[in-house]
Design a protein around this ligand. Structure first.
Ligand code: NAD
Length: 497
């Protein structure tokens, strides 16, 4: 099978290659084509098959048959070793995958490389821990010996966001396949090549055709069709708005869902914080991937006594950031699209209330930037907690700063949005760190760090509008299983012999 790589597609930009969906081992052309644009250059790099309800139905049927006849019968040790082989193949072509990921999404090449490494780790991790996925025995319930088995759901659907396409596809597909499910992936129309290539790699590594299917297309067509399809579990990663639609559709069919949605995550800096450690980490937490990260540290709550020092330190770092096309490995790449850039500019312009623009706030211009969708790293100070900029997910390199006077106020502001994905606390006071960790509305809390290196092993997911259910870690594997309880009468009874 010829591999789908943007490196091979790039030499002929005048006629971008057409990339089909992959159902079983078959390419599916769909009902037309969608342009796949490189946001660093504003140029079309590929055309993706525009699939709809018919292709989704075909993929679900293929996955169902493969699940029934083949994959669920494979022992966990065999599934695990196939998934670990996928990890090895990902590593063997890490650079091609990274170039492709960075080209499609605009992320700096070192971030593309980090995402490929994480994708490999997901296959390795789930390919390993699945061998420790045992059920439970509940001894002697009356005359019964009770076994609680962990079984796969069957066919799992996965609707994926564009911002970390390889990582998100890998984290949920690897967990699903490890648990014995077969999956149908609907990648985002802005960035689908990584998912298609992962499916090809899985086939090349020996994963049976039909386990890992990818249906490309538009959200309102292929995505909506997958949300309504007869699958047994649905994992959605994306915006709150679309998450509500998908959850409602799945709810009507009583299909269980995992919802990984947006965030407005705070870094909370106390006056005893180690600022040498805190400032570069805080900057990275908002400029990584151009701020287009669900868990971006987009709010900075800082104790009033150190407020000025912290704001000056961040502004200096923002001004030193180098912007550029993804493959030049800058500090900051472009936003995903012109529309996204407009939205970011609008929120900075109209959403900041009485906030004071310290730096940035404009479309970035200059050599190498004019064809892409670049926006300057932006720092807005004294942002009122009830302003739009403090409450809405911007999805751009925009940091909103709000000073606080005491611990209670810090917690109140931190919890004062509709989101609750992650939060970070910067303090040398261990007791305070533990106390505030308990009080914060978030699925993950970091103390004197942010993100914990991506944390393939760490359960991840939100509360409130950031969603429900967990991906990653062992918890993520359990989410792709359901229990079956088997009670066996166990008595010394001659009649039973
Ligand atoms: P989006 O909601 O626009 O799209 C997400 C996916 O849903 C895409 O595949 C899209 O094609 C599909 N979709 C769109 N309309 C649909 C419909 N009507 N029915 C079914 N599917 C549909 O989100 P996005 O712009 O791709 O991603 C950005 C959002 O994702 C941000 O809010 C971000 O915080 C969130 N996100 C969350 C996590 C997490 O793990 N919590 C990770 C990454 C991104």
């Amino acid at each position: 099978m010829r591999s789908t790589y943007v490196t091979e597609l790039l030499p002929s930009p005048a006629r971008p290659a057409e990339v089909s969906a992959l159902i079983g081992a078959d390419r599916m052309p769909g009902q037309g084509w969608i342009d796949d644009v490189d946001p660093s250059r504003g140029a079309v790099v590929a055309r993706l098959a525009r699939c709809g309800a018919a292709e989704v139905a075909g993929a679900v049927a293929t996955a169902r048959e493969t699940f029934q006849r083949r994959w669920r019968r494979r022992p966990a040790s065999e599934r695990g070793s196939l998934l670990r082989a996928v990890a090895e193949r990902i590593r063997a072509e890490a650079e091609e995958l990274a170039v492709q990921e960075s080209t499609e999404t605009g992320k700096p090449l070192r971030q593309g490389r980090a995402d490929v490494a994480a994708a490999a780790r997901y296959f390795e991790f789930y390919g390993s821990v699945v061998e420790a996925l045992h059920g439970e025995v509940v001894p002697q319930v009356g005359d019964n010996q009770v076994f609680v088995h962990r079984e796969p759901h069957g066919v799992t659907g996965h609707i994926v966001a564009w911002n970390y396409p390889l990582q998100i596809t890998a984290r949920s597909a690897a967990a699903s396949l490890a648990a014995g499910n077969c999956c149908v992936i609907k990648p985002a129309e802005e960035a689908s090549l990584g998912a298609v290539r992962l499916a090809e790699i899985a086939l090349e590594a020996g994963v049976p055709a039909g386990c890992f299917n990818v249906v490309t297309g538009l959200g309102e067509e292929a995505g909506a069709a997958l949300a309504a399809a007869p699958v047994d579990h649905l994992a959605f990663t994306g915006s709150v708005e679309v998450g509500r639609l998908v959850a409602a559709t799945a709810g009507r069919n009583l299909v269980p869902t995992t919802m990984e949605l947006g965030g407005k995550s705070p870094n909370i800096v106390f006056d005893d914080a180690d600022l040498e450690l805190a400032l570069p980490t805080i900057v990275n937490s908002i400029v990584q991937n151009g701020g287009q990260t669900c868990s971006a540290g987009s709010r900075l709550l800082v104790h009033r006594d150190i407020h000025r020092r912290v704001v000056d330190g961040i502004a200096e770092r923002f001004r030193a950031l180098r912007l550029g096309p993804a493959l030049e490995d800058p500090d900051l790449g472009p936003l995903i699209s012109a529309a996204q850039r407009e939205r970011v500019a609008g929120l900075v312009g109209d959403g900041a209330g009485d906030g004071r623009l310290v730096t940035g706030g404009r479309v970035a211009e200059g050599p190498g930037l004019d064809d892409g969708y670049f926006f300057e790293p932006t720092l807005v100070d004294d942002v009122a907690p009830d302003s739009l900029l403090a409450r809405e997910e911007v999805f751009g390199p925009v940091l909103a700063v709000t000073p606080f006077d005491d611990l209670d106020e810090a917690v109140r502001i931190a919890n004062g949005t509709d989101f609750g994905l992650v939060a970070a606390v910067w303090t040398r006071n261990v007791g305070r760190a533990h106390w505030i960790s308990r009080e914060l509305d978030a699925g993950q809390v970091f103390v004197n760090t942010y993100g914990a290196g991506g944390g393939v092993e760490l359960p991840f997911g939100g509360v409130k509008n950031s969603g429900f259910g967990r991906e990653k870690g062992f918890e993520g594997l359990l989410a792709y299983t359901r229990t079956k309880t088997v009670a066996v009468r166990s008595v010394a009874d001659d009649d039973m012999s």
